[in-house]
Design a protein around this ligand. Sequence first.
Ligand code: ATP
Ligand code: ZN
Length: 257
Amino acid sequence: KQANGTIKIAIQKIGRLSEGSLELLKNMGLQFETYKDRLFTSCRNLPIDILFLRDDDIPEYVQDGVADLGIVGSNVLDERETSIQRLLPLDFGYCSLNIAVLEQSMLLSVNDLKGKRIATSYPIALARYLTEKKIKAEIVLLRGSVEIAPALKVADAICDLVSTGSTLRTNRLKVIEKVSRSQAILIGQNDPPEQKKQLIERLLLRARGVQEARKYKYVMFNLPKDALEKITKLVPGCKSPTVIPLNDPRFVAIHSV
Ligand code: ATP
Ligand code: ZN
């Protein structure tokens, strides 16, 4: 399969990015079925395979050329030295990496973190931030359930991803600093194989098209013909709508983006 031009796209198998990733691929016109527990699926209408992986593994797969394209949170990329290309921010999977402490904590800002222990799964981004702020603190690396570290006295603060903040509230934590922002991003190889370049370009074009299209709506409505002038002034972006005569000569149909 490697020798032919089949493109492999890696997306998260189960998690916060799965739904948005599948929706994007479908909107790009890829036709495929997803089955539970399947590790990959082939598109019916294009020479494309979709691989379902853990999000953390996707950058390596793309770097090694096992996958040609991938969708990951930019926070995952910030944590590693992989030489891959960030092709397109995808406008979903928004979250931010924040430093939080227990609600009753006396630690109020990054300056209070000198000599403290901060638990995180994102040591690189945190270390970079602390260096920038000239704060020397101890980073406690945890792979999961970072939010319980302060209550267990494993750490004085945590540095973790937050979107709505509900996990923080549940664990009686409050945010004191924002370290970085993240969203889903389409990634690719720095130097994709020659025979795949054309299809990759086409897919990128379609992904951009989906992004663009989300900003617009196609509106259709019928109205009395004598209200036409008034309505075209009212509907934004309705500079020159398509006006279609209807069977009843008193009415027209308006189509506009
Ligand atoms: P996997 O089993 O694939 O490793 P995971 O637990 O690492 O799953 P998720 O929690 O599903 O992954 O998060 C995947 C990505 O979703 C994150 O890397 C981040 O970019 C994004 N994300 C959006 N909102 C949040 C949030 N509130 N908490 C964590 N990640 C979020
Ligand atoms: Zn993960």
